[in-house]
Design a protein around this ligand. Structure first.
Ligand code: NAD
Length: 423
C-alpha cells in the first residue's frame, strides 16, 4: 500500500489518530482498497503570508489550507490562528470535517486551514493584514462552491468579515457565501455564534440521560472557555447542570457546589481569563480539571489532552468532545475499558458546521431565517445524528466513535464510488 503521509506512531499526533480511526471504520465496512483514497487529502496548499508589522519590519508567516474530500460537495472547515498550527494537524482536522459533514448529512466535504502565529502577539491591524493576505493567497481554491472557511481557534467573526471582504473585492462583487461565522450584520446567521455549544449541550444531555444520570444537579467540568466552551458552560448551567470547574490556557477555577457561569463570563470579559475569578478556588494545575469526580467532562480546547499518560485518571462517567481530537486512540481504549461513555467530536461538536450550512444556504438564497427556526432545525439534526449513532453502536456492539465513523465513512465512500474515478 502506498503511504503518502507521515505515519510516525505517536499517540499525540492528530493525523496518526485520524488515520487510525479511518482504518478501524474501514475494517467494519466492506470497502476494500479505500484507505489510501480516504486517508489522502485531495488538495493541500501551503502559502507564505508576508506581514508588514506595525513597526515597519516584515515577518513571513506560513499558512495552510487542506481540502480533504470533495465527493459530497464543496470543502468546509475552520481557519486557526495559533502557534501550534502545523500541516499534520491541519490534515487531521480536515479529515475529521469530512466525517462530521457526512455524519450530519450536509452536502460538504472537509477542509481546514490555519496560520502559524500567536494572535495575542499581534495588533488588530496586523491580524487584519494576515487574514487578508492569507485569503488573497488562497483565492484560487476558495469560493462558495469550492471551499468555505469558518472561525476556529484564534479566529472570530471579525476575521471572517475580513476574509469575505478580501474575496469579494477580488471578485468584484459581494460574495456572502464564501465564509460562514460572519457577523449577523454581514449575512451571518442568527444562532451561529452559539451553535457549536448548543449542539455539544444537546448531545451531552442526551448522553447523561442515556447513562441514567439525572441532568438536574449532575456535575460537569469544561476545559476551554472560548467560542465553544463558554456557551457550553452557560447552556449546561441553564439546563440545571452544576458546572464545578472551568479552565482556559492560563489556569482553572473550581467550585464544588457549581460556579456562577454568568459571573465567570463577565470576569473573563473584563480580564481575558478565568484565572482570578473571585467566586471560585484556583486549581494548582489547570489539567487537574480533567480528573475530577464528574458526571460529565467537556474538553473544548485543543487536541490530545486526554492521552496515554493520563486517561487512567479520568473519572467522568461521560466525556463529550467539544474540541476536535481531544482524546487520543490509546486514551480511547483506556476510557472504554473503564466504562466511560465518549461522545466523539464528529458528533458532539457538529452543531457549528450544521448552522454554518444554514448560514451558507441563507446567504446563497439571500433569505434569512428566524433564530428559533435555526435552533429548532439544529436540534432536529443533532437529535437525528445522536439517535443514528447510538443505534449503530448498539447494532454493531461498538463504541459511539466507531459507530459515528462507520456511518460517515460509508456515506463518503459511497459518494466517491457512485461518482467514479476521473478520468
Ligand atoms: P477559541 O480560540 O475560541 O477558544 C479556545 C479556548 O481553549 C480558550 O479559552 C483557550 O484559552 C483554551 N485553551 C487553549 N489551550 C488550552 C489548554 N491546554 N487547556 C485549557 N484550555 C486551553 O477556540 P474554539 O473555537 O472555542 O475551539 C475550541 C475547540 O473546538 C477546537 O478544537 C476547535 O477545533 C473545536 N471546534 C470549534 C468550533 C467553532 O464553531 N468554533 C466548531 C467545532 C469544533
Amino acid at each position: 500500500m502506498t503511504t503518502l503521509l507521515p505515519t510516525e506512531v505517536e499517540d499525540r499526533n492528530p493525523l496518526v489518530a485520524a488515520r487510525r480511526q479511518l482504518r478501524d471504520a474501514l475494517a467494519e465496512l466492506d470497502l476494500p482498497g479505500m484507505f489510501d483514497m480516504l486517508a489522502t487529502p485531495r488538495r493541500e496548499v501551503t502559502v507564505s503570508v508576508p506581514l508588514r508589522r506595525d513597526d515597519g519590519t516584515v515577518e513571513v508567516l506560513i499558512g495552510h489550507r487542506v481540502q480533504h474530500n470533495l465527493s459530497r460537495g464543496p470543502a468546509k472547515g475552520g481557519v486557526r490562528f495559533s502557534p501550534h498550527v502545523h500541516l499534520d494537524e491541519v490534515r487531521a482536522l480536515a479529515m475529521w470535517m469530512t466525517w462530521k459533514c457526512a455524519l450530519v448529512n450536509i452536502p460538504y466535504g472537509g477542509a481546514k486551514g490555519g496560520v502559524t502565529l500567536d494572535p495575542r502577539n499581534y495588533s488588530r491591524g496586523e491580524l487584519q493584514r494576515v487574514a487578508r493576505r492569507y485569503t488573497s493567497e488562497l483565492m484560487p481554491v476558495l469560493g462558495p462552491a469550492t471551499d468555505i472557511p469558518a472561525p476556529d481557534i484564534g479566529t472570530d467573526e471579525q476575521v471572517m468579515s475580513w476574509m469575505m471582504d478580501t474575496y469579494s473585492v477580488n471578485r468584484g462583487h459581494t460574495v456572502l457565501g464564501v465564509v460562514t461565522g460572519k457577523p449577523v450584520a454581514l449575512g451571518g446567521s442568527l444562532g451561529r455564534a452559539s451553535a457549536t455549544s448548543r449542539g455539544v449541550v444537546h448531545v451531552a444531555l442526551a448522553a447523561l440521560r442515556h447513562r441514567g444520570v439525572a441532568v438536574a444537579g449532575s456535575r460537569a467540568a469544561v476545559q476551554g472557555f472560548g467560542k465553544v466552551g463558554r456557551d457550553a458552560a452557560l447552556l449546561l448551567a441553564e439546563a440545571g447542570v452544576q458546572v464545578v470547574a472551568v479552565s482556559d490556557q492560563y489556569g482553572a477555577v473550581h467550585h464544588p457546589a457549581g460556579l456562577d457561569v454568568t459571573a465567570l463570563a463577565a470576569h473573563v470579559d473584563a480580564t481575558g481569563s478565568v484565572v482570578g475569578f473571585a467566586g471560585a478556588d484556583p486549581m494548582d494545575d489547570g489539567d487537574d480539571l480533567l480528573f475530577l469526580d464528574l458526571d460529565l467532562l467537556v474538553p473544548a480546547a485543543v487536541e490530545a489532552v486526554i492521552n496515554a499518560d493520563n486517561a487512567h485518571r479520568v473519572r467522568a462517567s461521560v466525556v463529550v468532545e467539544g474540541a476536535n481530537g481531544p482524546t487520543t486512540p490509546a486514551a480511547d481504549e483506556v476510557l472504554a475499558d473503564n466504562g466511560t461513555l465518549v461522545v466523539p467530536d464528529i458528533l458532539a461538536n457538529a452543531g457549528g458546521v450544521v448552522v454554518s450550512y444554514f448560514e451558507w444556504v441563507q446567504a446563497n438564497q439571500a433569505y434569512w431565517w428566524s433564530e428559533s427556526d435555526v435552533n429548532n432545525r439544529l436540534a432536529e439534526r443533532m437529535q437525528l445524528a445522536w439517535e443514528s449513532v447510538v443505534e449503530t453502536a448498539e447494532q454493531r456492539g461498538t463504541s459511539l466513535r466507531r459507530a459515528a465513523m462507520v456511518l460517515a465513512v460509508d456515506r463518503v465512500a459511497n459518494a466517491h464510488l457512485a461518482r467514479g474515478l476521473y478520468p
